[in-house]
Design a protein around this ligand. Structure first.
Ligand SMILES: [Zn+2]
Length: 582
């Protein structure tokens, strides 16, 4: 199959080579610009298909809804339009659903041999297939199928014995074929689940099962860049540029079943689900799952139903939410907004919405298409996928340790409580601690430094732990210096801060700042003698047997050495000098 299809592509490539020089045709040129301009005209002509994010689409939404509520929806959001969160939950039950797109980390694209790379020069990672040029034919990337099966297995899904790709037809300038090759009624994986852990203020840590409806394969679109308008939207832009490097990158879409019964925890569950999914992808090694680069993108569905009613309310779909925090905020905002709409007797409009990072609000996008608008039909250029059971069995046997099992193992190995473990996870410190332990630190020390001083430094900078300029190996070195008595905790903090500030490795910071503990017998003895001489009354008490009073002398020694003395050794020396040893 592969060879003949490749041959066909080779023929196709030479055919199109004559008629077009691919890159210049799609480059950021007048050609691309005029194509976008034409598409804008086309959109207003075919407003029914409503695929645009423009004013055209918004007026379409207004038509399809009762006028007053639609107007209220698209108005600028304000605090007054929101029902307080706790109050909303006394009257409504939220139902959430998540559709997550993950870019697979394959070497080449889904249906052609173009390299998958982030950040390359625009329109330099393209070929006739991913540009949708006439005569080119797609060939399925075997690795992408393998990755998708691995994801399905890790999510406890059934793997189809036979399935097909489908064409999803819609027009958009960043989609060169005018259809996306996706899967429709025959996805590769179905009916799975993923357990997520959330902190319940009432009961502590709680595990909730999110049901997975399907996992299917598709290809990514290119990227449009709208120039000259406000906040990068097409509305008000002077012109638009299209970059097709991303077109054809393999995606999996993971769709949950509607999750109800989570109550006030709905936003936390949505966040925990995406976090768990991200960890799972990372463990499988199928994607780099960088939300900030868009390799994991999330559409969040939210609806409310009156408490105790059996039916579900109308849902909205907040598109392309790209951080864990935003997922949580988007659900929370939609609960409050929808409650306010329902409270005043209006209806929820089924539509897509945009999330705004700056305000935490969502605003109306386009009215939601129905599946029939996409005129799905089986992709005639690709053969069906029928994964052999032996292959699926091999992939199942080769699955790595999954995040939930790994956490359970580490928790047992390190003897941590649920609360300790939750603290590690929430701080994003788990992998850092694992790496620090691997570099030689004791688990308790690794936890102490990452959750203590280093978390404090990260907070100060408004950064994540993983972004701090210190490696697990360096943290292990500092822990080692403390364990050997060369540093005490106070000095260790200074060393950590120095390393984070870019002053060098732990040993370089210690040397440059003279931070080593004063434990040299002669030097320390002199300081101890000074302390005894300066505090005769205290010394007398200790001599008389009041050993506890020695603390004041240790304090004096620490003060004299600006915290650099080995306190344990100083105490021993003091008691020795005052006849209290043994
Ligand atoms: Zn290509």
């Amino acid at each position: 199959m592969t060879r003949s299809a490749t041959a066909q592509i080779a023929v196709a490539q030479s055919a199109v080579a004559q008629s077009a020089v691919a890159q210049s045709a799609v480059a950021q040129s007048a050609v691309a610009r005029s194509a976008v301009a034409r598409s804008a005209t086309a959109q207003s002509a075919v407003a029914q298909s409503a695929t645009a994010q423009s004013a055209v689409a918004r007026s379409g939404a207004a038509q399809s809804a009762t006028a007053q509520s639609a107007v209220a929806q698209s108005a600028t959001p304000s605090a007054a339009a929101l029902t307080p969160y706790d109050e909303a939950l006394t009257r409504y039950d939220p139902v959430i659903g998540l559709e997550t797109h993950v870019e697979l980390g394959t070497v080449t694209k889904m249906f052609c041999g173009c390299p998958v790379e982030f950040g390359a020069e625009p329109n330099t990672r393209v070929c006739p297939v991913c540009l949708g040029l006439p005569g080119s034919l797609p060939v399925v990337n075997r690795s992408a199928v393998e990755y998708t099966i691995q994801i399905g297995l890790a999510l406890h899904c059934s793997i189809s014995r036979w399935c097909r790709f489908a064409r999803k037809n819609y027009f958009y300038p960043d989609m060169p074929k005018n259809y996306q090759i996706s899967q429709y009624d025959e996805p590769l994986c179905t009916d799975g689940w993923l357990d997520v852990t959330v902190d319940d203020p009432k009961t502590g840590s709680r595990v909730l099962r999110v049901e997975i409806e399907r996992v299917h394969m598709e290809e990514d679109t290119g990227k449009s860049l709208h120039v000259g308008g406000a906040d990068g939207r097409i509305h008000g832009a002077a012109y638009s540029l299209v970059d097709y490097n991303r077109a054809g990158i393999p995606l999996v879409e993971i769709v949950t079943k509607p999750a109800s019964g989570t109550g006030a925890l709905a936003p936390a569950v949505a966040r925990a689900y995406v976090a768990e999914l991200r960890d799972l992808m990372r463990a499988l090694g199928v994607s780099d799952v960088r939300m900030e680069e868009g390799s994991l993108r999330c559409d969040v569905n939210t609806s409310l139903s009156p408490r105790g009613s059996a039916g579900w309310g109308t849902r909205t779909e907040t598109k392309n939410v790209n951080s864990l925090r935003s997922v949580e905020r988007a659900v929370r905002y939609e609960i409050q907004r929808q409650a306010a709409v329902l409270d005043r007797g209006a209806r929820i409009v089924q539509e897509t919405r945009h999330f705004h990072e700056d305000t935490g609000a969502t605003t109306a996008g386009r009215s939601k298409e129905e599946a029939q608008d996409y005129r799905y039909f089986p992709e005639p250029d690709l053969v069906p996928i029928a994964p052999q059971r032996e292959w699926v069995g091999q992939l199942r046997a080769a699955l790595p340790e999954l995040p939930a099992a790994r956490r359970a193992r580490l928790q047992a190995e390190w003897g941590l409580s649920d609360l300790d473990m939750a603290a590690l996870r929430n701080a994003g410190a788990l992998d850092l601690v694992v790496a620090t332990v691997a570099a030689g630190a004791r688990p308790a020390d690794a936890r102490k430094w990452w959750l203590g001083e280093l978390s404090r430094l990260a907070n100060e900078k408004g950064a994540e732990l993983v972004q701090l300029a210190i490696t697990p190996h360096e943290v292990a070195r500092v822990a080692g210096l403390v364990a050997s008595g060369a540093l005490n905790d106070k000095l260790a903090k200074e060393v950590l801060a120095g390393v984070v500030a870019g002053a060098g490795t732990p040993d370089e910071v210690v040397a440059a700042r003279g931070l080593a503990v004063v434990s040299d017998a002669g030097e320390l003895a002199a300081v101890v003698d000074d302390a005894i001489e300066a505090n005769p009354a205290v010394a007398a008490k200790v001599r008389a047997g009041k050993v506890a009073a020695a603390g004041a002398l240790v304090g004096a020694v620490m003060k004299a050495t600006r915290g650099q003395a080995d306190a344990t050794r100083a105490r021993e020396l003091i008691l020795e000098r005052l006849g209290q040893c043994g």
